[in-house]
Design a protein around this ligand. Structure first.
Ligand SMILES: N[C@@H](CCC(=O)N[C@@H](CS)C(=O)NCC(=O)O)C(=O)O
Length: 211
């Protein structure tokens, strides 16, 4: 199994951490859909990371679909997302806030890559308002990770989102206003599964950050 994409994408990182938590062996192919677009699209023509290439050659895209596949493979007892009922709805609601926060931070990040005269300040403001709302929701979900508690998808995705936002939009999480998210992030980043999937901050030859 091959995970294609760079860990500076919160979507790739959450799949990488999940694979480690589940103990599924995989090869990490750290390709960028930006600076290595041609090579990347030979594996996943849509050109978005992550992609998961299974041993029989089937290629999955979209992190939620990949995580769903992994949960199904390992079975109900080990799945990182509850399989049904109110617990599943609550989990999916939290994941929706976390991925919304990522989507908005990414939109801001991409907007800032445009030539200065083309940057739409009003669009950035709109996305920032949505990003702040998603972060507030996440903070109010009161997600905790105690010492012996196994990592599940709620903690994985929320911590990956928080780390990404802190890197690309640091002022959105300044002043320690999200103290519970800060604590969760510290607890998650200390786990071996997170350390195995470090965010890469190096700048590829294109001058564009990869994620
Ligand atoms: N909803 C998708 C989002 C994936 C996504 O936005 N990936 C970004 C990097 S963080 C990407 O590949 N961007 C390149 C592009 O869209 O052209 C998922 O969860 O997999």
């Amino acid at each position: 199994m091959k995970l294609v994409g760079r860990y500076d994408s919160p979507y790739v990182r959450r799949v990488g951490v999940a694979l480690h938590v589940l103990g599924v062996p995989f090869e990490h192919v750290s390709l960028s859909p930006f600076s290595q677009a041609a090579e990347f699209r030979q594996i996943a023509p849509v050109g978005r990371m992550p992609a998961l290439v299974l041993d029989d050659g089937e290629t999955l895209i979209e992190s939620a679909a990949i995580l769903d596949y992994l949960d199904e493979e390992v079975g109900g007892g080990r799945a990182l997302t509850p399989r049904g009922g109110p617990d599943r709805r609550k989990c999916l609601r939290i994941l929706a806030s976390a991925t919304a926060a990522c989507d908005k931070a990414i939109a801001i990040n991409y907007e800032r890559r445009r030539p200065a005269e083309l940057i739409h300040a009003g669009w950035i403001t709109r996305c920032r308002t949505q990003l702040d709302a998603a972060l507030c929701e996440l903070e109010n979900f009161r997600i905790e990770l105690r010492n012996e508690q196994p990592l599940k998808q709620i903690e994985i995705t929320t911590a990956c989102a928080f780390a990404y936002i802190r890197r690309v939009e640091p002022e959105a999480v300044a002043d320690r206003q999200y103290s519970r998210l800060e604590q969760l992030s510290v607890a998650c980043e200390a786990r071996e599964e997170f350390k195995a999937c470090p965010q890469i901050v190096s700048m590829p030859a294109s001058g564009l950050p990869a994620g």
